[in-house]
Design a protein around this ligand. Sequence first.
Ligand code: DON
Length: 305
Amino acid sequence: MDAISAIVAEIAEEMRAQEHRGKVADYIPPLAQVPADKFGIAVVMRDGTVHTAGDAEDPFSIQSISKVFALTLALGAVGDQLWQRVGREPSGSAFNSIVQLETEHGIPRNPFINAGAIVVCDVLLGRLQPREAIGQMLRFVRMVAGDETIVIDEVVARAEQETGFRNKALANYMRAFGNIHAPVDLVLGTYFHFCSLAMSCRQLAMAGRYLMAGGQSDGHSVISDRRARRINALMMSCGHYDNSGDFAYRTGLPGKSGVGGGILAVAPGIASIAVWSPGLNSSGNSHLGQLALERLVQKTGWSVF
Ligand code: DON
């Protein structure tokens, strides 16, 4: 076994033994039913070697991690014009907070909080029908992951739709400021489908390769090197909501979390990493996922600092 495989196996072993695992999201039944004892990790190295341990092949709901892929698509569609409608500052608030929108004229702080991702979806709908935007997202993640088996979990999408009152409030509120252009239900339908992508740690780490490798994946250019750096910068500063500072302090890596318990982290030029454990901390980020990344960086020195 090589050094990274051994480290990954060690981390999975340590996480298996942890008693404090956080609280599994329970706002929709399909997430509440996920066993709390799951833990997976996948590390894809720049040379293409993949190291996995634990439940790395189990698909889980990537939820807000999809905001990274949606941002990539929206920047591809409209470029820097996007920044007229969404900011690039950490919010210091919960992922689904509405408060800043009132004084900030309906412009969300960044594309990784719910309000920001809803605007990103609206931008995509400036050129596409919802069905096309959802199809584009699915094709994109399959392409960057090199895996045609990735799907959207329709049960999750429906449950999101039925319970997403805060997201509906956010979208309507921004619409009142003129920062949502398409019909709110279409924007949210798109947003909920993005959140409902189901991927394993292996698939997610594979999908993150373009962020690790200066925009390149499988020998072709997905985005420019400059754009990859910028997305990584946003993941570092805003990828964990009001927990972003602590995540950066602990890991020194760009990362994006989701309430399904996944985290995609990037060691630029070195590795793309996905961890998954469904128990969350009070900010809605995977408790063991964060701890596992902290250990990985301690053992490898992959912090960007
Ligand atoms: O829109 C929501 O609130 C959820 N579907 C996703 C939020 C999420 O993943 C926040 N993450 N930590």
